[in-house]
Design a protein around this ligand. Structure first.
Ligand SMILES: [Fe+2]
Ligand SMILES: [Fe+2]
Length: 271
């Protein structure tokens, strides 16, 4: 009988509310779903929502995260750069230009099985100087598929089209492709024809009544008055939301056999 592994993936953690939600819910989700590993995107976990630091990675690890993925905000905190180089439990998108700090994939042991997590960034609507994520993942897979067939991709990007295309591009070659970055969960979780589970966006973890996890009042001028940016402050009032998926993977083939969305709204957290 083929053995199965279950993984929980959680989307962008935003500020103190996101960390608090993860601290409360990660252990419960692990138990509820009998999950063997949790992977979380931490790119907005600083108190101001901009990036993360080594202490936050430690906090997420203590609550059960095996690997912390990131995105465009990974460069916001310069004091993280040394940790990005030194640590194996935090990764950044692979398709930034050569010479940037950090690693773009992680290899972890889960119940005696080697599991790879890749981080990529979309190019559509992105202002960053990025290489092609499709060609980048192609070349990473030529190497990683010699190591394991249990491989997951956090594809950090804006456009649903590009994320959907990546999901189909990698169908049958990785176990799962899950989008991050929009902080809004999509309801299109699916098993693709060749066994790669997919969701366009895992969603964010932070204040529910917010824009991207930020206070509405600070974000409004951006839309109402064509001001470049209002004062962006992380919203810390409840209720809070935590979003992601739980997936089940056949260890022998690396194929997903189930994917379910997770969305928890909680009024009880005091940040
Ligand atoms: Fe984000
Ligand atoms: Fe982002």
């Amino acid at each position: 009988m083929a053995s199965l592994l279950r993984f929980v993936f959680i989307g962008d953690i935003i500020g103190a509310p996101g960390i608090a939600m993860f601290q409360k819910w990660a252990p419960r989700l692990r138990e509820r779903y009998h999950a063997q590993a949790i992977i979380v995107n931490g790119e907005n976990a600083m108190k101001n929502g901009m990036g993360l630091n080594a202490k936050i990675i430690d906090l997420l690890r203590e609550s059960g995260a095996a690997v912390v993925t990131t995105g465009n905000h990974v460069w916001d905190q310069k004091d993280l750069y040394a940790a990005l180089n030194e640590r194996d439990d935090v990764i950044r998108p692979a398709n930034y230009p050569p010479g940037m700090p950090g690693k773009s994939y992680a290899l972890i042991q889960v119940q005696g099985q080697l599991v790879a997590i890749i981080n990529l960034h979309g190019r559509v609507y992105s202002k960053d100087n990025l290489d092609c994520p499709f060609r980048t993942v192609d070349s990473l897979l030529t190497f990683l598929r010699t190591k394991t067939n249990i491989i997951f991709v956090d594809f950090h990007g804006d456009a649903t089209s590009e994320k959907r295309a990546m999901g189909m591009f990698l169908d049958g070659r990785v176990s799962g492709v899950y989008g991050t970055h929009t902080h809004i969960q999509t309801a299109d979780e699916m098993l693709q024809p060749k066994g790669t589970s997919y969701v366009t966006d895992l969603g964010g973890c932070g204040a529910l009544n917010s824009v991207l996890g930020m206070q509405f009042d600070g974000m409004l001028p951006l839309f109402l008055q064509h001001r470049k940016m209002g004062k962006m402050v992380v919203e810390e009032q409840p209720p809070f939301v935590l979003s992601g998926v739980v997936v089940e993977v056949e260890t022998q083939t690396g194929k997903s056999v189930n994917i379910e969305r997770i969305r928890i709204v909680d009024n009880e957290i005091h940040v």
